[in-house]
Ligand binder design. Structure first.
Ligand code: G
Ligand code: G
Ligand code: MN
Length: 370
């Protein structure tokens, strides 16, 4: 990366590795902001091509935060403000840049506030779980549920996991949080078990960081054993991104988990850099078609064709398919015609509290499309 950066700027500019995956680029003698912008765009273009390390082809993205002299009169302020601008660039989907604006301090303050409160959210019992039914396309019965974490802070009100999960990952809180989710979900399952079908599954989202912790698989298996639960009860949902980090310890944890019979599902399929070889490499059981394809399936024939091929691919590999974000009866009908095994979405039910969920299971007509 340093070499790529060096090629993109003048030899008299300063490039430094600031720590971890952060680089600092200092350019002197820039007559106006348009010039800076041109150089930044050049830097970003340097990341367009894949990087080759041994036989691996890697796609690297860069997010750039930029400051100009008026954004601070000392190094500390300039660095802090560049960091805030970089954060915005990152949250916009990466491979982007952003100049600092004073409003960003407000955003940074918001992040700090969230950080402070997240540290104590578990202790203060501000977290809870919601459950969204997953329905069998043929039998129209609830056969599984996805467990979704909810945070209600008295100060910040409801915060989406899209916002606090990445923060928990950065702060090193994700293991504690993730383990809490699994423990709570299994306890809930034990309470529900007698009212649920024998092959019912609890589908739990797991962050890549959880797999990176050695001992995660052992912890999980011990927990199941402690509750005398079959590994078949659990399905872990992982996103494609995790598989890009082909770290051996992630491999080991995944092999141990699937080897023990815990099911594995690939979440948001079609949005990341999934490659078909990943599907072969790990023993996935389920493929979840991302809601963006489901949403576009009726209006865009290319998306319908994509769903059709994904289902064919999954069937060929013996994977169960779940369509996410099914919102209309028309979408459900199309997906059913295409042979999709399971449905999940607002058409059936939004994620609900534990009490409400039992209600849904008992009155199975409420999960049938209108
Ligand atoms: O329900 P919803 O909008 O809240 O979920 C937003 C995102 O947060 C989804 O991508 C979902 O996978 C993720 N998410 C929800 N609950 C959990 C959880 O317990 N752990 C992890 N790692 N991600 C979760
Ligand atoms: O990334 P993951 O697939 O885990 O995300 C699950 C997310 O999808 C949750 O935020 C959940 O609230 C949301 N969700 C569930 N059903 C629907 C739906 O029918 N439409 C939309 N737009 N979102 C949904
Ligand atoms: Mn999911």
């Amino acid at each position: 990366m340093a070499e790529l950066l060096k090629e993109a700027v003048r030899s008299e500019d300063i490039i430094a590795r600031f720590g971890g995956d952060e680089f600092l680029l200092i350019m002197d003698d820039i007559e106006d902001i348009a010039v800076a912008e041109r150089i930044i765009e050049k830097v970003l273009r340097a990341f367009n091509a894949p990087v080759y390390i041994e036989e691996h082809e890697l796609f690297v993205t860069a997010s750039l935060g930029a400051v100009y002299p008026q954004d601070g009169d000392n190094a500390e302020t300039l660095l802090r403000n560049a960091d805030a601008a970089m954060y915005i660039a990152k949250s916009r989907g990466r491979n982007d840049y952003h100049f600092f604006t004073p409003e960003m301090n407000q955003h940074a303050q918001q992040q700090m506030l969230m950080e402070t409160h997240l540290q104590r959210a578990l202790e203060f019992e501000e977290m809870s779980l919601h459950f969204q039914p997953i329905t069998c396309s043929r039998r129209n019965e609830v056969v599984a549920c996805e467990v979704l974490l909810r945070w209600h802070s008295p100060v910040l009100s409801n915060v989406s996991p899209d916002d606090f999960i990445p923060l928990a990952e950065d702060l090193g809180l994700i293991n504690e949080l993730g383990e809490w989710v699994i423990e709570r979900a299994l306890e809930q399952y034990l309470l529900w078990r007698s009212s649920l079908p024998d092959d019912f599954r609890m589908c739990i989202n797991v962050s890549p960081k959880q797999f990176q912790k050695n001992g995660f698989a052992d912890w999980l298996l011990a927990l199941l054993e402690q509750h005398q639960l079959s590994p078949q009860v659990l399905e872990l949902e992982i996103t494609e991104g995790l598989l890009l980090n082909r770290w051996s310890e992630v491999d080991e944890q995944i092999q141990k988990i699937t080897g023990a019979g815990i099911r594995l599902s690939i979440d948001d399929f079609g949005t990341g850099f999934a490659s078909i070889s990943y599907l072969r490499r790990y023993s996935f059981n389920t493929l979840k078609i991302d809601k963006s394809f489901v949403a576009a399936s009726l209006t865009d024939s290319a998306d319908a064709a994509l769903i059709r091929s994904v289902i064919a691919l999954a069937q060929g590999m013996g994977l169960t398919t779940v369509a996410e974000g099914v919102e209309t009866p028309e979408q459900a009908e199309l997906l059913q015609q295409l042979g999709c095994d399971r449905m999940q979405g607002f058409l059936y039910s939004k994620p609900v509290s534990q009490d409400h969920f039992m209600h849904l299971v008992h009155s199975s007509e409420s999960v049938q499309p209108a």
